[in-house]
Design a protein around this ligand. Structure first.
Ligand code: P1T
Length: 387
C-alpha cells in the first residue's frame, strides 16, 4: 500500500485487500510470493536481511501478520500453525501458581488444552459464565493473570460485554484475552473495546475456504509482544508459507463474505424460529436471544453461526444432520460452504462430563454464502423428516 493514508484511517473493506501486502521488492509481484524456503543466505556470519530461518521469520508470514494486525486494529500480530497453537503459546506467558478465569462456554479444544494439559503445569482455571460480569469479578483471585472468553461463544452463541470485562480484568491487574473467531474483525474489534489480546482460529472466517488450518494472536503492548515473539520461535508452532499465502488470499474477501454470511444467517434464523420441528433457535440477531441488545451494541452484525434445539431432541438432531444435502455434516465453521454438526459428540466431545457439557440435542450450523433460498429449502426438506 502506498503511504498516502495511515492504515488505521482506512475502512475494513479496504484493509482486507491492501493491509500488509506490498509489491515484492525483488520483482514487483503484486501478490506476496510463497517464500517456500527454510533458510536464508547470509552475507557474512550473522549478517542477513532480517531473515535467518523460517521458524523465526518468513516473508509470507510477515505479510500475513501485518494484515492481521491491521484488521484487528492492533500494533502486532503473530501467526501460528492452528488456533490451538496460538492459544497454547499465549498461555505460556503464564506459569505455575497463576490462575485464569475462563468462560464456561468455549470451544471443546480450548477446554481440553486448559483442563487436560496446562493444569498439569500448575496453572489453575475457573470456568464461569462471562455474560455475568459480577460472576467474573467474584471469580478473580490475587493470582489471576488472565480472563479468557469467546464472544459469541462456541457453541451457545452467548455474548459477553468486552468493555465491562476489560475493566474487571484490569482492576485486578489481569489481562483480558478474547477469542474473536466467531465474530471476525469485520463484526467486532476487541482491542478497541479494551481487550489486551485477540486470538483467532484463522481456519475459520479469516481463511474462509476450509482449505487451511491456522491461528493468530493480535496485541498492542510492545513488551508482551516481544515475549510472545520469543515464544513463537522457541515453541515453534508456526504456519508454513503456503498456509500463510492461502490465509492472506482468503482475507481479501473477508468483508464481502461476512456480509453474505450474516444476511443468510438472519433469514435462516427466522425460518428456523417459525418451523414447527424447532423448539429453540439461538442466534444473537433474534430478539429472543438473551444478549440481543448487547450484540447490537457490540457487533456490527450478528454473525453467521446459528445453534438450535429440536422438539425431537438428540434423535431428531441426528436425523437432520444426516439428511441435509447442501449443509455438509462436518466439524469447523466460517468457510464459504454451509456446514452442520452436533457439538456434543463432535466439536465439544472433550467437555462431556464436565460443567461445560453441551445439550446432546444441540445442532450447530455454519451458514455459508450460497443462495439463501437454496439453503432454506435444504433445511426444510431435512426438518421435514422429523416433524
Ligand atoms: O482448529 P484450530 O484452528 O486449532 O482452532 C481452534 C479453535 C479456537 N477457537 C475457537 C472459537 C474455535 O471454534 C476453534 C476451532 N473450532 C472448531 C474446529 C469447531 O468446529 O468449533
Amino acid at each position: 500500500m502506498k503511504e498516502q493514508k495511515e492504515q488505521n484511517e482506512l475502512h475494513l473493506e479496504t484493509l482486507v485487500v491492501h493491509a500488509g501486502v506490498e509489491p515484492d521488492p525483488q520483482t514487483g509481484a503484486v501478490m506476496t510470493p510463497i517464500y517456500q524456503t527454510s533458510t536464508y543466505a547470509q552475507a557474512d556470519v550473522a549478517v542477513h536481511k532480517g531473515y535467518e530461518y523460517s521458524r523465526t521469520d518468513n516473508p509470507t508470514r510477515t505479510a500475513l501478520q501485518a494484515s492481521l494486525a491491521a484488521l484487528e486494529g492492533g500494533k502486532y500480530a503473530l501467526a501460528f500453525a492452528s488456533g490451538m497453537a496460538a492459544i497454547d503459546t499465549l498461555l505460556r506467558l503464564l506459569g505455575a501458581g497463576d490462575h485464569v478465569v475462563c468462560g464456561n462456554d468455549v470451544y471443546g479444544g480450548t477446554f481440553r488444552l486448559f483442563d487436560k494439559v496446562l493444569q498439569k503445569y500448575g496453572v489453575a482455571f475457573s470456568f464461569v459464565d462471562t455474560t455475568d460480569v459480577t460472576a467474573v469479578r467474584e471469580a478473580m483471585r490475587p493470582n489471576t493473570k488472565l480472563v479468557w472468553l469467546e464472544t459469541p461463544t462456541n457453541p451457545m452463541l452467548r455474548i459477553s460485554d468486552i468493555t465491562a470485562l476489560a475493566d474487571v480484568a484490569h482492576e485486578a491487574g489481569a489481562w483480558l484475552g478474547v477469542d474473536n473467531t466467531f465474530a471476525s474483525p469485520v463484526l467486532q474489534r476487541p482491542l478497541s473495546l479494551g481487550a489486551d489480546f485477540v486470538v483467532h482460529s484463522t481456519t475459520k472466517y479469516i481463511g474462509g475456504h476450509s482449505d487451511v488450518v491456522g491461528g493468530a494472536i493480535v496485541l498492542n503492548d510492545t513488551a508482551v509482544y516481544e515475549q510472545l515473539k520469543f515464544l513463537q520461535n522457541a515453541v515453534g508452532a508456526v504456519p508454513g508459507p503456503m498456509d500463510c499465502f492461502l490465509t492472506l488470499r482468503g482475507i481479501k474477501t473477508l468483508a464481502l463474505r461476512m456480509r453474505q454470511h450474516c444476511q443468510n444467517a438472519m433469514q435462516i434464523a427466522q425460518f428456523l424460529a417459525d418451523h414447527p420441528a424447532v423448539a429453540e433457535v439461538i442466534y444473537p440477531g433474534l430478539e429472543s436471544h438473551p444478549q440481543h441488545e448487547l450484540a447490537r451494541r457490540q457487533m456490527k452484525a450478528p454473525g453467521g453461526m446459528i445453534s438450535f434445539i429440536l422438539h425431537g431432541g438428540e434423535a431428531a438432531a441426528r436425523v437432520v444432520a444426516r439428511e441435509t444435502k447442501l449443509f455438509t455434516l462436518a466439524e469447523s465453521l466460517g468457510g464459504v460452504e454451509s456446514l452442520i454438526e452436533l457439538p456434543a459428540p463432535m466439536t465439544h466431545a472433550s467437555v462431556a462430563d464436565s460443567p461445560l457439557a453441551v445439550d446432546p440435542g444441540l445442532v450447530r450450523i455454519s451458514v455459508g454464502i450460497e443462495n439463501v433460498q437454496d439453503l432454506i429449502a435444504d433445511l426444510r426438506q431435512a426438518l421435514g423428516k422429523v416433524v
